[in-house]
Design a protein around this ligand. Structure first.
Ligand SMILES: C[S@@+](CC[C@H](N)C(=O)[O-])C[C@H]1O[C@@H](n2cnc3c(N)ncnc32)[C@H](O)[C@@H]1O
Length: 346
């Protein structure tokens, strides 16, 4: 692609956790065997020349690309030294690709060193103006379509897309962390999964929360109208420790699984954030699948050791598939050394 000009082929700017970028690149290669790795723009942010178009690539990655957090199709590349008129033309062309009937947003990320330099501020103003003039209503932090920009000292890569092509509606896949504190940091993982996996979350009934302490996920579930059976040898924090809709079993999931079941005591949702080796945690899920109503939804995190992470995911998925259909598997923004799975019980 000539700098400042529209991209000739399908070029994508891919974002992953910095320590997962090689796995993300493998995911892209598995989705598109003809893809070629391009320049690294920043840790975890790299260019890819693909043979697939954006819809096909993102559709494949949705199904089997756990380590890609975000991508967008690059339509323009500009450099810091360009005349403002070049930016204005690129801005108009990018905004012209938007559907004016849908909400839109500018998602600009500076991945260089230090604070935002003046040329990026100018670029942002130019793109904001183009966005306002195109007539699309503001789409908020998670718009249905976006002008995506990644800027570094070397220049800016820009593209327009519906955000479902990007694998995430948030800028760079960075889901907002709405609250602070240890309980809430954990809660952000479940809130992000709720948003990311488009699944039928139960509005009422009971949830079984494995590895519930200190209570972030329990809190999210209670706030969404569920009563919670919380299982964890560790203590829950207030207000969940003494909440009328929370029953805490201070024991391991394995011990809980040995308890005799009362008839009709199945739950509508099963969640698991236990700090356990991935395959072992998957076995616990298989062991407790009978507690979840048939067709019910489960969400779990798989904690991954640093080496052979893909193998750990595959092994856990193989175990889970005896009892569940895997509906989603992603390394979400709030996941550190883990991935989040959405499962439906057979
Ligand atoms: C990451 S924390 C869970 C955080 C929790 N989801 C929240 O939102 O607050 C992991 C928890 O797994 C629990 N855990 C580890 N092994 C377990 C087991 N075998 N059975 C039940 N809980 C277990 C730990 O006690 C710890 O509280």
């Amino acid at each position: 692609m000539a700098p400042g000009a529209a991209a000739a082929g399908a070029e994508f700017l891919v974002t992953a956790r910095p320590e997962s970028w090689e796995l993300a690149w493998e995911d892209v290669r598995a989705a598109d065997g003809g893809a070629r790795l391009g320049q690294s723009v920043a840790p975890g942010v790299f260019l890819v020349a693909a043979t697939l178009d954006a819809a096909a690539l993102s559709e494949r990655l949705q199904r089997r690309g756990p380590f890609v957090r975000h991508l967008f199709s690059v339509h323009y590349r500009v450099s810091p030294g360009f005349a403002p008129a070049v930016w204005a033309d690129a801005g108009k062309a990018l905004a012209g690709r938007l559907d004016p009937a849908l909400g839109a947003g500018l998602q600009l990320r500076w991945v260089g060193q230090g604070p935002l330099p003046p040329w990026v501020m100018d670029l942002r103003r130019t793109l904001d103006t183009a966005l306002q003039q195109c007539g699309a209503p503001p789409g908020g932090p998670a718009p249905p379509q976006a002008i995506s920009v990644v800027a570094s000292e070397a220049g800016a890569w820009m593209g327009t897309s519906p955000t479902w092509h990007n694998l995430s509606p948030w800028s760079g896949g960075a889901a907002p962390t709405s609250r602070v504190g240890a309980v809430s940091r954990a809660a952000s993982k479940l809130l992000e999964a709720l948003r990311m996996f488009d699944l039928p979350w139960p509005q009422s009934g009971r949830a079984l929360d494995l590895g519930a302490a200190p209570g972030g996920w329990t809190g999210v579930l209670v706030e969404r109208g569920l009563s919670v059976v919380a299982v964890d040898p560790a203590a829950l924090a207030e207000p969940w420790a003494h909440h009328p809709h929370v029953a805490h079993h201070r024991e391991t999931a394995e011990a809980y699984a040995q308890r005799p079941r009362a008839p009709g005591d199945s739950v509508q949702l099963l969640v698991n954030d236990m700090r356990l080796e991935a395959a072992y945690s998957a076995r616990c899920m298989a062991m407790l699948s009978g507690r979840l109503q048939s067709g019910g939804l489960a969400v779990m995190t798989l904690k991954l050791h640093e080496v052979r992470r893909r193998r750990q995911v595959r092994e856990a998925v193989r175990i889970l598939e005896s009892e569940y259909t895997v509906a989603g598997c992603r390394q979400l923004y709030h996941n550190r050394s883990e991935v989040t799975l959405a499962l439906m019980r057979h």
